[in-house]
Design a protein. Structure first.
Length: 90
C-alpha cells in the first residue's frame, strides 16, 4: 500500500476509533496518526494469530486498523485518566 493509502486508511480508522471511544480531541492530523498507529498495532496483533494484517486498501484493513486504534485510545485514556480533574487541596 502506498503512502496515500495509509493516509486514507488512517483517517477512516482513526475516525471510527474516535467515534467508538468517544475521544474529544479534534484535528485531522491527530485522527490520521491514531489510525496509522492503530493499523500498525492491529496488523501486529493479526500477525500473532497467523492472519494477514493491513496490506491493501479494503474494508478488512480498515477494520483491523480501527481495532488497533481503539486499543491505542483506550490505553492512552487509561494512562492519562479519563475522569474530571479535582482541584488541588490547600
Amino acid at each position: 500500500m502506498n503512502i496515500l493509502g495509509w493516509i486514507v486508511v488512517g483517517l477512516l480508522a482513526g475516525g471510527i476509533a474516535r467515534w467508538i471511544v468517544k475521544d474529544d480531541r479534534t484535528g485531522c492530523i491527530y485522527t490520521m496518526v491514531v489510525g496509522v498507529l492503530g493499523a500498525i498495532i492491529g496488523g501486529g496483533l493479526m500477525s500473532l494469530i497467523d492472519a494477514d494484517g493491513v496490506d491493501e486498501f479494503s474494508l478488512r484493513s480498515i477494520g483491523v486498523a480501527a481495532l488497533g486504534a481503539v486499543l491505542l485510545l483506550l490505553v492512552l485514556q487509561a494512562l492519562a485518566g479519563r475522569g474530571p480533574r479535582r482541584p488541588a487541596r490547600r
